[in-house]
Design a protein around this ligand. Structure first.
Ligand code: SF4
Length: 331
């Protein structure tokens, strides 16, 4: 076992904030090495210490269509030409989804749209969703960029927080400038909205430097949770040629993200839900309904479909106790 890796792991477990160089060292080893195994075990223990009960967050996709922000990894990107006919869930359907997710035990509920979705209409959906929530489950927005006035509107509509990310390849494989993403994050924080974030969407071509840089960004933005998500290859995307990161690699990355983000970030999510990442330190999974940027047709529950009970079963199989009731991460 390499002594440098041991020292870095112990520094993280003792509450020290890792540097970029230390984060890269944790990820530099073959996944079958003693060092990577030590990173995974430490990631699991650290995650469990910070958040003793794992969580399941439910996400509702409101619409499909060709989004002009054109993120190459997304099935709504205009250039990927997947959902050429836009579609939208009715208010009634969204309210039914909210009730279903809460009844099944989702600890937080997200409303997600494409970036150009009408802001007033989203507030109307938010108000209806908030009114349908019975047990205090926090409502989170996963939408495009916005300013401070709109952040305050979100708060007034009943949203507790937003999910926002400086994504892998942001500004290069998306039409969203990094500074605009930061402006949105600052606006959300100024309005009193809490943040969820993640290191995503990750492909095999990404350098360790960028993975760690994006991980440190989630630490810097003081998110309630971070984590790591692999990119789902879309056949029509220019990124398809790179394929997908394997689950074994993702497990080491998810564990390292927990150690790098440190004691201030208790949540560590992964996507797609899988045993390797959950066993090695992911403590937050996603149940999804409606539209989804990783699908190429219809509603996600008819495709890849992770339900709340299925997520719970996976977490419990991997030795996690699962929280019942509103999210502790967004408390
Ligand atoms: S990720 Fe969001 S902003 Fe980018 S293309 Fe998809 S919907 Fe649009």
């Amino acid at each position: 076992m390499d002594s440098t890796v041991s020292k870095i792991i112990n520094k993280a477990l003792d509450g020290g904030l890792l540097t970029a160089r230390e984060g890269i060292e944790l990820l530099s080893w073959d996944d079958l090495s003693d060092e990577a195994a030590a990173v995974r075990l430490a990631g699991r223990r650290f995650s469990e210490q910070l958040l003793p009960q794992a969580e399941i967050h439910g996400q509702i996709g409101l619409n499909t269509g060709l989004c002009p922000q054109d993120c190459k990894f997304c099935s709504f990107a205009a250039s990927n030409r997947v959902f050429t006919e836009p579609s939208e869930e009715s208010l009634e359907t969204v309210v039914d989804y909210v009730r279903l997710l809460e009844e099944k035990g989702a600890n937080a509920i997200y409303l997600m749209t494409t970036a150009n979705y009408d802001q007033e209409q989203f507030l109307a959906y938010g108000r209806a969703a908030f009114a349908a929530i019975e047990n205090g489950t926090p409502l989170i927005a996963n939408i495009g960029d916005f300013d401070l006035d709109y952040a305050r509107e979100l708060k007034r509509a009943g949203f507790t927080g937003v999910y926002h990310v400086i994504r892998m390849g942001e500004g290069e494989f998306t039409r969203c400038p990094v500074e605009r993403r930061w402006d949105t994050i600052r606006a959300a924080q100024e309005a009193g909205l809490q943040l969820g974030s993640c290191v995503e969407p990750m492909g095999p071509e990404h350098a360790l430097e960028e993975i760690v840089e994006k991980t440190l960004i989630t630490r810097d933005m003081n998110a309630r949770f971070s984590g790591a998500m692999r990119r789902t290859p879309l056949p029509s995307s220019v990124l398809a040629k790179h394929g997908a990161v394997g689950y074994a690699r993702m497990a080491t990355i998810v564990a390292a993200v927990a150690l790098i983000t440190g004691q201030g970030i208790a949540g560590n999510c992964t996507h797609e839900p899988n045993q390797l990442a959950v066993f090695n330190g992911a403590n937050l999974l996603w149940a999804e309904v409606g539209s989804n940027p990783r699908d190429t047709k219809g509603k996600t529950e008819e495709n890849r479909g992770w339900t709340v009970p299925r997520c719970r079963e996976l977490l419990e199989e991997c030795g996690w106790d699962v929280l019942e009731g509103p999210s502790a991460l967004f408390a």
